[in-house]
Design a protein around this ligand. Sequence first.
Ligand SMILES: NC(=O)c1ccc[n+]([C@@H]2O[C@H](COP(=O)([O-])OP(=O)(O)OC[C@H]3O[C@@H](n4cnc5c(N)ncnc54)[C@H](O)[C@@H]3O)[C@@H](O)[C@H]2O)c1
Length: 385
Amino acid sequence: MFRYTCLNPIAQTGLDGFSENYEKTEELNDADAILVRSAKMHEMELPNSVCAIARAGAGVNNIPLGKYADQGIVVFNTPGANANGVKELVFAGMLLAARDIIGGANWTKSQAENPDVTAAAEKEKKKFAGTELLGKKLGIIGLGAIGVKVANAATHLGMDVYGYDPYISVDAAWNLSRNIHHINDVEDIYRQCDYITIHVPLLDSTKKMINSDAIAKMKDGVVILNFARDLLVDEEAVLAAIDAGKVHRYVSDFPNPTTVGKTGVIVTPHLGASTAESEENCAVMAVKELRNFLENGNIKNSVNYPNCDLGICESASRLAICHKNVKGMISRFTDVLADTNIHNMSNASKGDFAYTLLDLDSAVSPKELAQVEAIEGVLKVRVVK
Ligand SMILES: NC(=O)c1ccc[n+]([C@@H]2O[C@H](COP(=O)([O-])OP(=O)(O)OC[C@H]3O[C@@H](n4cnc5c(N)ncnc54)[C@H](O)[C@@H]3O)[C@@H](O)[C@H]2O)c1
């Protein structure tokens, strides 16, 4: 029986994914695993029983990853689970930029007392007119979970889609429609596209990637969409470009004092993942990750330990070891386990931490277990089977 606790409300559809071998507990001290959304964990001391945390969402700023890795606690997140929610909002952003839908709707609202509103609207509507998306060139920077969905959907609206991602994953490449133009130089996107949308992670290398130099290379009247992170864009430079008539609209999902209320800027209140479906998808994925880890020892989508997968254990026993990424660890494990046959194994590392799965032809004795635990650099050992 495994026990889990939820530090925030987690969608029931996700929790329904736990089998009868799982029990919910309110007591942290009883828990093997934790599900969390935004609860701040930096000051939280966790008992030895906890071996995994799943964040139902992408960002993990609320979790001290290094501290928990040092305790052998594997932290998971749910990348891509909210991608469709973000994708749909990107299209809303493009449509809001193409015509002045917000201005038009505000105008009709202001006419609530006007009995001649129908005729007045016919006179006013040209102020809010715009263009269509059909046939426009859309440039997508970053073809990950969200970028690929935006790219594929845009082709169905008849847009001419250009994609740039020098580090595209094999999975993403497989999922990408063959109608997308593959761009090797991001400047080709700047030069050619009417709409440019960024879907990259915020890293030192991507911070302010859309800056005054990039904007200067863009077409006049370009629309820039930012549903990734505000720090990816030099927003002061964008405002200057709007004033100069270079940028038509800047659409962002990240309200801040620089952009809110400024002419030419449309800001939504970080709504990208705010759909019932996104929350459910995150919860479903988080529970799957926890189950695969607790029941099989496999790691997929951890942010502080490497991916490591031996499938379902077919041999007599499986040992899962969280340890420091230092030399000589494997030979120390095999020394201790010299009396049993290692049927299969996998080892991977991520930064300072590593993970080893060992499938054995016979059960591990308490003495062998204690010896593995005592090896310097070993952080947590679990007998998975
Ligand atoms: N608005 C929201 O509510 C919301 C919700 C979820 C995610 N996000 C943000 O959206 C962004 C994308 O998320 P995702 O789930 O698609 O991430 P992802 O990791 O699946 O994809 C990111 C892609 O960017 C690519 N990339 C990295 N550096 C690049 C560069 N310099 N140039 C071009 N491509 C580069 C990577 O190769 C990867 O394919 C992230 O910044 C994330 O924080 C926002």
